[in-house]
Design a protein. Structure first.
Lengths: 261, 431
């Protein structure tokens, strides 16, 4: 019998919600903890073993010079490195600073900006080191997290869907709120994983799982503009938790440059 | 002069977020105690400006994955104050139910997985489960109930999607809530058993009188509404909060530290503050249990916050059950409103303590200014003060034991460092 895989969790700039998803697997937590050795997971255990690790979950984005160095060290100690959540895969909500004046942000929040060491940008882990697998979502889906962990333990390929939220809405039987009520909804552009909860709660999707593969944001924004949605609202919809994901970023920048010309 | 001695715990574990602690001693005299929060700043208050006010509860939720509802509650109440929206009693009850879900999830997590291992000598709740399977499994089931309630009311447990300015996007169906009742009836009993269990732990003898601050309401154990009240005999309407409490930026922390004005002294928020200020308003089962386990009044031992969390867990179950049993969907589920220029603030009780929010909005519905004061930022200075007073009793021990003793004390506050911005490391220097 081979030894149990050594699992580690590392946090960068984030809210802790994605790593909490592991503890939120209440029914499976003890079984998971039995199938792997949790050797570094500061939020859950005082056990803090050095690498190398077989499976590393990385939460959060890179926003400080120290963290830019630390992720290199984490990568060097990781056999399989998986990013969990929108911060780690796209820079998170804090990537809004990427379009702003960082000094202005610092001064707005802190009385003594000279005490703070922070980068002008918030960037995804994959911008710094090679990533073996990305789990999307703000927060991630705990079912998807379990699926990936079980697949890794079993040595098979994880099955996580790549279709859009729109398809989940149809499966769920939710009425399309964009068609029926004209509510701007990111469902057509957003990757599945949440269970299409927002339209089921009578509101538009805000894209927390990030762009689905091969999306054409322009066709959706064009339609919504025709319906009378203000361009500013569409820019804000594109620029939230996954705003710096390339597809969303490109479209929000295009909308802004279009307004300026 | 003798050199200073340094003891270091690089990462404080079993807390939310990342931080450090620095202690310097010379000849066993404490020279410096600093709770260091190096959590990378995320600049929420800066980027909330220029966003539509309708987006604010979705964005502030992302300040903390463990208490997103608290951020949603404080922000919607503050925005409603700015817009002059008065919510219906039915919406108010539904928000109280949602908050119960978060208190249950957060308190059950902290009690069982984060804090109890300190008293029983384990590195984690998972390791503790090998010898205390029944208690850990019970705790996980309690935690799950809180998450199930958030799932039904908000679509998901972390960053729920149903809270909006004015109420809820959609009222939950009665049958979906009624279906939770049998689990919650089991949970009420189980929460009482869990509280009796933690009340039987060995607690370090440590008494720390300090100023306690919580939202207090005349008719109920406050969650979403009330006056900001201090054990020193003061109370303020929420819009005077900033006259009594100020934030200071210190070099060793990316979180701003709160202090009382005038005087600059520390104070404590959270479950111990709430129970000491509003014990008579706990639900009947929680009140009876507090008497049964002879929970002292006032309780001034920060390590006993785990018992206070247990009593609040019982309370949250009983309040939730009452709402679940009498629920009628609010009509409308959200109060309509018009945009207008204005400013408003609110304080609600997050699982970890008082959470203050203030916003200014313009006539087009954009936020133009925001201020967020999380519970851990307010408790930071008190934590440092408590460490200073607790340390002399530990100094006869070796470095590792001193470090562990300090970590245990810090953990008893259930610090939420992502909220305040985060990273704890214990570094102890002594000669």
């Amino acid at each position: 019998m081979t030894a149990k895989p050594r699992l580690a969790v590392f946090k960068f700039a984030s809210c802790d919600g994605c790593q909490l998803s592991l503890l939120d697997c209440e029914d499976e937590l003890l079984a998971v903890a039995g199938a792997v050795e949790i050797v570094h997971f500061a939020e859950a255990t005082s056990r803090m073993e050095p690498g190398p690790y077989d499976i590393v979950l990385v939460e959060g984005s890179i926003t400080t010079p120290d963290d830019a160095a630390r992720i290199q060290d984490v990568r060097a100690n990781a056999r399989f490195l998986m990013t969990i959540g929108a911060c780690a895969t796209a820079g998170g909500i804090q990537s809004l600073r990427n379009w702003a004046d960082h000094q202005e942000f610092l001064q707005a929040v802190y009385a003594r900006p000279e005490y703070i060491s922070s980068l002008a940008t918030s960037t995804a882990i994959a911008d710094h080191v090679p990533v073996d697998f990305e789990l999307r979502g703000c927060p991630i889906s705990r079912q998807q997290l379990l699926e990936v962990l079980v697949a890794l333990i079993d040595g098979r390929k994880p099955q996580t869907p790549g279709h859009g939220v729109c398809l989940d809405c149809k499966r769920r039987g939710s009425v399309c709120i964009t068609v029926a009520r004209g509510v701007p909804c990111m469902g057509p552009l957003t990757q599945s994983g949440c269970g299409a909860i927002c339209p089921a709660f009578d509101r538009g999707c805000y894209g927390c799982f990030g762009p689905a593969p091969q999306v054409q944001p322009r066709s959706l924004t064009g339609h919504l503009l025709e319906q009378g949605a203000p361009p500013r609202q569409l820019v804000q919809l594109l620029r939230n938790f996954n705003g710096f994901a390339p597809e969303f970023r490109g479209e929000s920048e295009r909308l802004i440059s279009q307004q300026e010309t | 002069m003798e050199p200073a001695r340094t003891i270091q715990v690089k990462v404080l574990t079993r807390v939310e977020g990342e931080g450090a602690l620095f202690v310097r001693l010379r000849n066993n005299i404490i020279e410096d105690v600093r709770l260091q929060i190096y959590e990378p700043p995320r600049f929420f208050e800066a980027f909330l400006c220029d966003r539509s006010l309708e987006e604010i509860p979705d964005i502030t939720a992302r300040i903390c994955g463990i208490c997103p509802v608290a951020y949603q509650m404080s922000s919607v109440h503050a925005l409603e104050a700015a817009l002059g929206i008065v919510i219906s009693p039915e919406i108010r009850r539904l928000r109280r139910l949602l908050y119960c879900g978060e208190w249950i999830e957060s308190h059950a997590l902290h009690m069982h997985l984060l804090h109890a291992p300190d008293f029983l000598g384990y590195e984690s709740g998972i390791a503790m489960a090998q010898d205390h399977k029944r208690e850990v499994a019970r705790g996980l089931r309690l935690k799950k109930h809180g998450n199930q309630l958030l799932d039904v009311l908000g679509g998901r447990a972390i960053h729920p999607v149903n809270v909006c300015v004015g109420g809820f996007y959609r009222a939950p169906r009665r049958e979906d809530l009624t279906a939770l009742i049998p689990d919650f009836e089991w949970g009420l009993e189980a929460a009482m058993a869990a509280t009796r269990w933690v009340a039987g732990f060995d607690f370090p003898a440590f008494r720390q009188p300090c100023e306690l601050v919580a939202v207090v309401h005349p008719d109920e154990y406050a969650m979403n509404e009330g006056r900001v009240t201090s054990s020193a005999g003061h109370s303020w309407p929420v819009d005077e909060y900033e006259t009594a409490f100020a934030e200071e930026h210190v070099a060793h922390s990316t979180a701003l530290q709160s202090r009382r004005v005038p005087g600059g002294t520390s104070y404590l928020t959270g479950p111990l503050a709430r129970i000491n200020l509003s014990r008579a308003q706990l639900s009947p089962a929680a009140r009876r249990l507090a008497d049964e386990i002879k929970f002292e009044s006032p309780c001034q031992n920060p390590f006993k916050a785990i018992i206070a969390r247990g009593l609040e867990l019982v309370h949250a179950y009983e309040v939730a059950l009452e709402i679940l049993k009498t629920y009628r969907p609010p009509v409308p589920s959200r109060i309509p409103y018009l945009h207008r220029q204005g400013s408003g603030c609110a304080a609600t009780e997050a699982p970890r303590g008082l959470l203050y929010n203030r916003y200014t909005v313009d006539a087009t519905g954009q936020v133009t200014a925001s201020r967020i004061v999380p519970p851990t930022a307010q408790n930071q200075r008190q934590i440092e003060q408590d460490l200073r007073d607790h340390l002399p009793g530990l100094l006869h021990l070796g470095d590792a034991e001193v470090a562990l003793g300090c970590e245990r004390l810090v953990r008893s506050y259930d610090p939420c460092i992502s909220c305040s911005t985060h990273f704890l490391q214990l570094k102890l220097e002594r000669s």
